[in-house]
Write a protein that binds this ligand. Structure first.
Ligand code: SAH
Length: 398
């Protein structure tokens, strides 16, 4: 770090001894740490953070809210097109090291995972020849054209379209309406471990697919042979396709969204001429109540029940009820895959919730695997909040 002054960006000065988290490379600066701001700032402005002793610490995007600055650099430098391109090139290099680039078996992966790639507020997913940019902050939204240009320069001809699916508070709706920044809708069939999936990035959930469950789907495949499987909260049927591929006797997919069920049916057809699969456009809680002692393997992958700390208690009850219903109904010797993607429910709390559900259901439960997100969703060590996906695989007896 250097102490050179630079008047180009507004200057955020911290209160005395409020610099510890920034010095520990945490990418969020909370409003309570700020002493004053010099210069004019608006939503999404680039600002520099200084200690109370006037030492440069970091650079980030300014936003109104409790997290006031999202930091993307701890080195004082010009934030221009070259800066953003180097960031994306770094993310690309990490994916190359991990085997995601030009992989003949898997061509859907996350190129940029927000804080995990030192780019808070930004997600970029690659679906074969299409890149999806999803900005979550006005600061990242403002540079979307830079990002699109950098993607084209890094990938060359192998990326044929770039779709902007930005969502953020305070945005003008017409400004953020999803659209193509480059090219047009092309091939929407991707490969994941050799299996085919149709991705609806225009209308589907998230950027179109739950890429983050890739490794966990593989594990379901390995444990499904000869089993009766329930994929609850199935979305486009990812776990169902792997279970069938792994030799499941029968698979049921349940999701309350008709669109999700339609996609799941298409994905089953894309992979199998014939499959013992049935889909149900229903509420999982209602469905479970009708299905006692039917399943050898159940997957529970609900949407985030808690988006904020304020709803942790309610979410805890929701997860507990859901897991209780599944645990009391699964066959003896059954395997339960249970997930939470709520950032505010940590590993320890999630395990405790399962403990309470199992005690209530009076079942014997052994933990087989503790799951998380795959390597294209890296967790920045300085930002433990980035570990959002938690999964437990348990064996249920008696
Ligand atoms: N397991 C999926 C992702 C699940 S996302 C995958 O690997 O792709 C959560 C899904 O739960 C969404 O598709 C949503 O439509 C569905 N959902 C939300 N609430 C539900 C409910 N009460 N009953 C059934 N489905 C629900």
């Amino acid at each position: 770090m250097n102490t050179a002054t630079n008047n180009k960006y507004p200057k955020v000065t911290l209160k005395p001894s409020k610099d510890r988290s920034v010095r520990n490379f945490h990418p969020w600066l909370f409003s309570g740490a700020i002493k004053n701001i010099k210069g004019t700032v608006e939503e999404g402005s680039i600002v520099e953070i200084y200690s109370n002793e006037d030492e440069y610490l970091a650079t980030g995007h300014y936003h109104e809210g409790s997290i006031m600055v999202r930091i993307f650099s701890f080195e004082q430098q010009e934030i221009d097109y070259g800066f953003w391109k180097a960031k994306l090139a770094g993310a690309y290099e990490r994916r190359r090291i991990l085997g995601y680039i030009d992989n003949p078996e898997t061509n859907a992966y996350r190129l940029v995972h927000a804080e995990g790639d030192d780019l808070p507020g930004l997600i970029i997913d690659i679906y074969y020849t299409t890149a999806i940019i999803q900005t979550h902050t006005p600061g990242m939204f403002a540079i979307r054209h830079h990002l699109a240009k950098a993607i084209q320069e890094i990938y060359g001809d192998s990326i044929k379209a770039i779709f902007d699916k930005s969502i953020h508070k305070n945005a003008v709706a017409s400004e953020t309406a999803s659209h193509y920044l480059y090219g047009d809708k092309g091939d929407d069939l991707v490969l994941e471990n050799g299996l085919k999936f149709k991705i609806d990035w225009e209308e589907g959930q998230k950027t179109g697919f739950f890429i983050d469950q890739r490794d966990n789907r593989e594990l379901v495949g390995k444990l499904s042979k000869g089993k009766t499987v329930l994929n609850a909260f199935s979305y486009s049927g990812g776990f169902s396709v792997y279970a069938l591929k792994g030799g499941a006797k029968l698979v049921h997919s349940v999701d309350s969204s008709n669109k999700a069920i339609e996609l799941a049916d298409i994905n089953i057809q894309n992979n199998f001429d014939q499959a013992n699969h049935q889909s149900f456009p229903e509420d999982v809680f209602d469905f479970l109540k009708k299905m006692d002692n039917v399943y050898d393997l159940i997957i529970l992958d609900p949407p985030a029940f808690a988006k904020h700390l304020s709803s942790v208690d309610k979410a805890t009850i929701g997860y507990r009820n859901l897991n209780f219903e599944a645990l009391r109904r699964i066959k003896s010797g059954g395997i339960l895959f249970t997930f939470s993607c709520s950032q505010v429910i940590d590993k320890t709390l999630f395990r405790k919730i399962l403990f309470l559900a199992a005690a209530q259901a009076k079942r014997k439960v052994r933990v087989l695997y503790q799951l998380s997100q795959p390597s294209d969703h890296p967790i920045n060590l300085f930002h433990p909040e980035g570990e959002y996906l938690k999964g437990l695989v348990v064996l249920v007896e008696d």
